[in-house]
Design a protein around this ligand. Structure first.
Ligand code: FES
Length: 166
């Protein structure tokens, strides 16, 4: 069964018809040509498909597009351009915070969402354990724990995010 929905992706409004079984990830990649969200596990485990759904981090592989009609979707490619990158994109480049790069768009958009949550005072597991603020790098590791990097570039990802958080 098909349904007509509207999604505003990186500021551009799209009205289109999708099969009701289509995920937001597949709608973005296959219907709208927005390919920065990647399909890693397709099961909510790796974070490669992370987007900001109405400003909140979400695994787009777990969301049905029909359930998200009318929402705003933010992706890494909407953050900045090669000529004018977002500070998080610039920091990832300057810290060499990637190897193969497959997980990087998800890492970057997740990091932007994580810092927004942190700034808003939303507690993480790191802060909740003993009731006091965690070491900032531990805070970042905890808040980014949903984004996996099979190359193991975490040693550079954490400082890249830390620089933008300071
Ligand atoms: Fe969505 Fe892995 S592809 S979490």
């Amino acid at each position: 069964m098909d349904a007509e929905i509207t999604l505003t992706v990186d500021g551009t409004r799209h009205r289109f018809t999708v099969d009701t079984r289509t995920t937001v990830l597949d709608a973005l990649r296959e219907r709208l040509g927005v390919t920065s969200p990647k399909k890693g596990c397709d099961h909510g485990q790796c974070g490669a498909c992370t987007v900001l759904l109405d400003g909140v981090r979400a695994n787009s592989c777990l969301l049905l597009a029909v359930a998200c009609g009318g929402s705003r979707v933010g992706t890494a490619e909407g953050l900045g351009t090669a000529e004018d990158p977002h500070p998080m994109q610039r920091s990832f480049v300057e810290h060499d915070a990637l190897q193969c790069g497959y997980c990087t768009p998800g890492q970057v958009i997740s990091a932007v969402g994580a810092l927004d949550e942190w700034a808003a005072g939303t507690p993480s597991a790191a802060t909740r354990r003993d009731g006091t603020p965690a070491d900032p790098d531990d805070e970042i590791r905890e808040r980014m724990s949903g984004n996996l990097c099979r190359c193991g570039a975490y040693a550079n990802i954490v400082p890249a995010i830390r620089e933008v958080s300071d």
